[in-house]
Write a protein that binds this ligand. Structure first.
Ligand code: S3P
Length: 162
């Protein structure tokens, strides 16, 4: 089976699906945001606040470079990771199938409301969503429509397709 990198907008369910791939299919995963937080010993919201987004993007690239070369079966990426060509290149070079969890903004807003941990989920979220959706679609190898499916169904579909 190919290695899987889960991508998609904030709140599309990447972490949930990664956990399910582990519990149902025994596939180990690493969440790149959690890895960055551990390495920096700081919350992502604080990295943004104290050092700015570019600093976070550099740390995210370091995380993806390291983790993707370690043969980890599943990587759960941050929502902006595949916006950077260098990250997509690393993932593909290291044999990852990029899976896009395609979820409507309505569903996402319902899930993410009241969560202060996402610095980019602000008043400009509609614009950001519109700008990013075509990019997720163009870089991914597999595009999964998640709106009408349970998390279990999404995990099963991924396994069937990779
Ligand atoms: C970001 C998404 C976040 C995190 C950071 C930036 C983005 O991850 O990497 O706040 O640019 O969309 P989630 O997609 O897990 O929320």
């Amino acid at each position: 089976m190919k290695k899987i990198a889960l991508c998609g907008f904030m709140g599309c369910g990447k972490s949930t699906i990664a956990r399910l791939l582990k519990s149902k299919y025994s596939l180990e995963y690493v969440d790149t945001d959690e890895y960055v937080e551990k390495q920096a010993d700081m919350k992502i919201s604080d990295i943004f606040k104290n050092f700015g987004e570019e600093c976070f993007r550099d740390k995210e690239y370091d995380a993806i470079s390291t983790l993707s070369s370690e043969n980890i079966p599943v990587l759960s990426l941050g929502g902006g990771a595949v916006m950077k060509e260098r990250n997509v290149k690393k993932l593909k070079e290291n044999g990852y199938t990029i899976v896009f969890l395609n979820t409507s903004l309505e569903t996402i807003k319902e899930r993410v409301k009241n969560d202060p941990s996402r610095p980019l989920f602000d008043n400009n979220v509609n614009e950001l969503y519109k700008k990013r959706m075509p990019i997720y679609s163009s870089v991914c190898d597999i595009n999964i429509d998640c709106d009408s499916k349970s998390a279990d169904e999404v995990a099963d579909e991924i396994i069937k397709m990779v």
